[in-house]
Design a protein around this ligand. Structure first.
Ligand code: ZN
Length: 270
């Protein structure tokens, strides 16, 4: 698997001060961008589920990282060291993070409660290092979008990868690689917060979810900071920045009107 260094740089956010404006960056595998396919009907609805129990990612040769979110616990476990945050507050932060991306690009997210039908799985990481991670499993070039059942089966362990041999993907410059499943996981070993307070040692949940979901939909780090997708936690970044928006729109296009009346009135929801 020839994954670019930036993608393999393990999709985690670190900590540090703000920087200048930066250009957005897309995850690439063998030169191709990585994105969620649209359904046969043309809509692009990505489902997500929060874990209520344990989950192990069955790594295949087409899993971006062998380590990120490989072993996960329940979503509520993320709050083990954050007694001031209720599970409901954490869910709200997660929904706000999905809504941020949905608000600017032609991609929509729906929560499901059947893990087998979830495209993105969100939970706690078992890793003792780092704070927040993302990972994804992708289809080979030319496979096209897989059926919902097909990709669920694969991600849940039904994939027939023989002999543990890494598959060698042909160079497919600029041809999109379709995401089959993605994972977002946060550490229960650190303390989290809701909102910014200038203490850069404790990360805001919504910001962190927004960053990791960005990876789960195909975005890479554009640089250190100046964007939500910057790899360093940065409280001078309030919501998606221009480079974040340009990057997600490069993959999915701008948000199509789902409320034509409001759009006509110039009341677009960012
Ligand atoms: Zn990251």
């Amino acid at each position: 698997m020839r994954v670019t260094v930036s993608a393999a740089a393990v999709l985690m956010i670190l900590l540090c001060p703000a920087g200048a404006a930066i250009a957005g960056q897309l995850l690439r595998i063998d030169g191709g961008t990585v994105k969620w396919p649209s359904s046969a009907s043309g809509s692009r609805v990505v489902t997500f589920a929060v874990l209520t129990g344990r989950f192990a990612v069955t790594g295949t040769s087409r899993t971006l990282s062998r380590y990120n979110c490989s072993s996960m616990g329940a979503f509520a476990d993320i709050l083990d060291n954050s007694p001031a945050i209720s599970p409901a507050m954490a869910h709200k932060a997660l929904r706000a993070a999905f809504a941020a991306w949905e608000g600017v690009a032609d991609i929509a997210f729906r929560q499901v409660f059947d893990l087998g039908k979830a495209n993105i799985i969100v939970g706690a990481t078992d890793s003792h290092r780092g704070r927040a991670f993302a990972n994804l499993t992708y289809a080979g070039p030319g496979n096209g979008p897989s059926s919902e059942n097909g990709h669920a089966d694969k991600a849940l362990g039904g994939s027939r990868v023989s002999g543990g041999q890494p598959s060698v993907l042909p160079m497919q410059n600029a041809r999109p690689v379709h995401i089959e499943r993605a994972y977002v996981c946060l550490s229960p070993r650190v303390r989290w917060k809701i909102g910014f307070d200038s203490n850069l040692k404790i990360y805001d949940l919504r910001y962190t979810f927004t960053h990791e979901i960005g990876h789960a939909i195909g975005l890479d780090h554009p640089g250190k900071s100046g964007a939500v997708m910057g790899y360093r936690y940065d409280e001078s970044v309030e919501g998606l920045q221009q480079s974040d928006i340009e990057a997600v729109r490069a993959l999915y296009g701008p948000r199509r009107s789902r409320e034509p009346l409001l759009e006509l009135q110039g009341s677009s929801r960012k």
